[in-house]
Design a protein around this ligand. Structure first.
Ligand code: NDP
Length: 380
């Protein structure tokens, strides 16, 4: 049966790769909804080829451009952040791939869960900000959340057939990013261009910076806590520069399972869309040649303070991960605009965590308020 997919963030790195996966299996998937923030040109181009039921251009100023571009087609055109929450509930949508960046993913993901649409989750920030609320809603509505992040997909794949077997530890692998092995002094002069060059993965700008600071790994630790219902102490990060082992699970009997492959997001995207099936693919395989020199080392939490801060926020709980996320979004944006230094990213996050009032059991509204407060206070 063909699954109707809504892709939130179809013009981004994950969104475009999802369209490649869907094109490989037209018998299995059809595109129902496409959305973008500002890239009206690519959104129109995608919609003209794929003829979805609806598109959303989140930036309202660009609505006329998209409407004109799709005039004469049957594609419905909507605009605004609220429209993202509406389109995911449409009848033809069988699954929602959340591939937009940052806090913006939270409300559409919740709307999809409440409409009982299975989620393929790339937007890790949703679980970082409101993991308790989102997982409770998913449970209450019996909606599965399939991970797209390669590490979480690896863990999810390792857990297949292990229902009821206790997890002792999750081992998240990290490439270490472009600055692996550097000292704090080395990082003082890092430029935007240097930070945007990831050794193994081609990704959107925000996650590429997050990967270089190891904040991405910190966000993934928090995401793993909620996806797999484990305690922070059960999640270990290991630096594995070759990015062949995507993560591992250690079970109660001491056995460790790992998932391996070349670093290519299309595999975890496809696994989430097609679960539980493994569909044939034409892309290159990891051979033993790539496995000959696999190495592992502990992360340097003093140099890469963002990972340490993420663990601290997770242990603190409440609104701390939401504050961490908002401060990081602000800091990465300022760094990309050359308004703060590279080391200033961790400084800003630490300051925001120290200065924002702690709330132990925040509601959704309180999380929204904490997010807004951090952006207002630290953004420029
Ligand atoms: P990109 O920046 O490449 O793409 C983001 C997409 O979301 C674009 O379509 C963008 O539209 C849209 N978007 C951005 N902001 C908003 C907003 N406020 N409202 C609505 N739409 C918005 O990001 P990635 O594809 O790299 O990442 C997407 C998510 O997946 C992130 O949460 C990231 O952490 C996660 N992820 C990404 C991986 C990767 O390999 N890229 C790997 C694992 C996880 P426009 O193009 O118009 O700006």
């Amino acid at each position: 049966m063909q699954k109707g997919i809504a892709i939130l963030g179809s013009t981004g790195s994950i969104g475009r790769q999802a369209l490649d996966v869907i094109a490989l299996h037209p018998d299995r998937f059809r595109v129902e909804v496409l959305t973008a923030q500002r890239n009206a040109g690519l959104l129109v181009e995608q919609a003209l080829v794929l003829q979805p039921n609806a598109v959303v251009i989140a930036d309202e100023r660009l609505y006329p451009v998209v409407q004109e571009g799709l005039a004469g087609t049957h594609v419905k055109v909507y605009t605004g952040q609220k429209a993202l929450q509406d389109v995911v509930t449409m009848d033809g949508v069988d699954m929602v791939l959340t591939a937009l960046v940052g806090f913006a993913g939270l409300y559409p993901t919740l709307a999809a869960i409440r409409a009982r649409k299975p989620i393929a989750l790339a937007n890790k920030e949703t679980l970082v900000v409101a993991g308790a609320i989102v997982t409770q809603e998913a449970l209450a509505h019996r909606v599965p959340i399939y991970p797209v992040d390669s590490e979480h997909s690896a863990i999810f794949q390792c857990l297949a057939g292990e229902a009821g077997n206790p997890i002792e530890k999750l081992i998240l692998t990290a490439s270490g990013g472009p600055f692996r092995g550097k000292t704090r002094a080395d990082l003082a002069q890092v430029t935007r261009e240097q930070a945007l060059k990831h050794p193994n993965w081609a990704m959107g700008a925000k996650i590429t910076i997050d990967s270089s600071t190891l904040m991405n790994k910190g966000l993934e630790v928090i995401e793993a806590r909620w996806l797999f219902d484990v305690a922070p102490e059960q999640i270990e990060v290991v630096v594995h520069p070759q990015s062949i082992i995507h993560s591992m699970v250690q079970f109660a009997d001491g056995s460790v399972k790992a998932q391996l492959g070349l670093p290519d997001m299309k595999l975890p995207i496809q696994y989430a869309l097609a679960y539980p099936d493994r569909l044939p693919t034409p892309w290159p395989r990891a051979g033993w040649q790539q496995m000959a020199d696999l190495t592992f080392q502990a992360p340097d939490l003093e140099t890469f303070r963002c990972l340490h801060l993420a663990y601290e926020a997770l242990k603190a709980g409440g609104n701390a991960p939401c504050v961490l996320n908002a401060a990081n979004e602000v800091a990465v944006d300022l760094f990309l605009k050359d308004q703060i230094s590279y080391l200033g990213i961790a400084d800003l996050v630490e300051e925001a965590l120290a200065q924002t009032p702690f709330a132990p059991n925040p509601t959704l509204e309180e999380l929204g308020a904490a997010d807004a407060e951090v952006r207002q206070r630290f953004g420029r």
